[in-house]
Ligand binder design. Structure first.
Ligand code: PMP
Length: 426
């Protein structure tokens, strides 16, 4: 069993900076930029050699291997679950779209930025998700912010899981709605809030949850959520950024997995994961989507998805619909890795998604572990407090349908070596 490391195992490196740093405006305590002058966490991490962020990829070989700083690494930290960023058909579709429409739309969907393929993509997505209609925005982040702020207002109450994605929280802020957070996946807590919260006349209840939670990779209990929504007259929205394309028998996401696709009002998704490019969508009842289409600030005041991205989404949809074996291969890989990590004695959080988070323990050990993995040729993502519970920092690993057994064995070998090196193996 791999032992969780405690603070005494390694020296701490993330020292909080003193507050008496030199100011940008000498002598002034009112300079807006003071906070930037005082910010030292990134520099401290760099000085300690543990800085794990913004690592520039010089080349990506098939998506499963990347070149960084002259080193080849197995990529076990992407959201490219189906490996479609490097599918020859998808790449050709993106190139053809650039030839036909150019590189960008230079305007919002509302005005000059709607292409015929935007409309085809939205119709195809709505049909795929068995919803009436769909509208896209530039990113999943924008889609959450725009949709929530459009549908909820001052009189409404948003009930959100405490671990929801930042874009949901920001959407609630922009909505100026009351935002009540329930304990992660805790349906008793959600019901308590629904029961005890008074709604002003004209207001409504909106339950919003991630379908797959991005850090731990666990699934929301969607059937229980929709049952509570029915009981308390609430509307529901599931952010299935990590699920559409991979979770559910046909890749329709968490609600399909649980057999309650019809009961969820709105499904949010992103194109930055299984759809191999950039953009976001919301699918739901026609009237609601039409309202979002004409009033969401993310749709109206921001440029539309580029032709290459739209064509990429259409080509990915073709693959997702025609090749269920890709999902099977992905789940085989996930099962193989889970078994492999457990055989090595690691504590694995497997929530039923392509994400396997490995519990390491203290922040510093996790960063150290991450650095040594990098040196051994493996790219993963450290998840520290507050994204993980205190003393339970994680290494978030995630898998692709296109990972080979050789890639996966390399990841397991590196984890074993580093655990031994850090002497955190019993
Ligand atoms: N929702 C969830 C649950 C996510 O994990 C993410 C991206 N990490 C987003 C929304 C935002 O998606 P995008 O990258 O398209 O902005």
């Amino acid at each position: 069993m791999v032992r969780r490391a405690h603070r005494c195992d390694v020296q701490p490196v993330m020292v909080e900076p003193p507050c008496s740093e030199a100011l940008f405006s000498e002598g002034s305590t009112l300079d807006l930029f003071n906070k930037a002058a005082r910010y030292k966490r990134a520099d401290d991490l760099k000085d300690s050699g543990l800085y794990p962020y913004f690592r520039p990829i010089a080349e990506s070989c098939g998506g499963t291997r990347v070149q960084i700083g002259g080193r080849e690494l197995v990529m076990a930290g992407s959201n490219n679950y189906l490996g479609l960023t490097h599918d020859v058909r998808v790449m050709a579709a993106a190139r053809d779209a650039v030839d036909r429409y150019g590189t960008g739309c230079t305007g919002s969907r509302f005005l000059n930025g709607t292409l015929d393929i935007h409309e085809r993509m939205e119709e195809r997505l709505a049909a795929f998700l068995k919803k009436d209609a769909c509208i896209t925005s530039g990113t999943g982040y924008q889609t959450n912010v725009g949709t929530i702020a459009t549908l909820a207002g001052k009189s409404d109450v948003i009930f959100g899981d405490r671990d929801n994605h930042a874009s949901i929280i920001d959407g609630a802020r922009l909505a100026f709605a009351r935002h009540l957070k329930y304990r992660h996946n805790d349906m008793e807590d959600l019901e308590r809030l629904l029961e005890t919260t008074e709604i002003v006349p004209g207001g409504g209840r909106f339950i919003v949850t991630d379908g797959v939670f991005s850090m731990l990779g666990d699934l929301a209990p969607v059937p229980e959520i929709v049952a509570l929504a029915k009981k308390y007259g609430a509307r529901t929205m599931v952010d299935d950024a990590h699920a559409v394309g991979v979770v559910g028998p046909n890749g329709r996401g968490t609600a399909e997995h649980f057999g309650c696709l019809d009961d969820v009002d709105l499904i949010i998704g992103t194109f930055s994961k299984s759809f191999a490019c950039l953009g976001g969508f919301v699918a739901g009842p026609r009237k609601v989507i039409d309202y979002v289409r004409h009033t969401s600030r993310s749709v109206i005041f921001s440029a539309s998805m580029t032709p290459g991205s739209v064509a990429t989404v259409l080509a990915c949809l073709d693959v997702i619909e025609a090749e269920p074996e890709r999902r099977e291969k992905l789940w085989d890989n996930v099962a193989y890795m889970k078994k492999g990590f457990e055989a090595l004695g690691f504590e694995v959080i497997d929530g039923g998604s392509p994400i396997l988070s490995i519990v390491i323990g203290e922040d510093v050990t996790t960063m150290e572990f991450n650095k040594l993995l990098f040196e051994q040729g493996v790219f993963v993502n450290p998840v520290l407090h507050p994204a993980a519970p205190p003393g339970m920092s994680l290494l978030r690993t995630s898998y692709m349908a296109t990972h080979t057994r050789e890639d996966l064995d390399e990841v397991l070998r590196a984890f074993k070596n580093v655990a031994e090196q850090l002497r955190i193996v019993r």
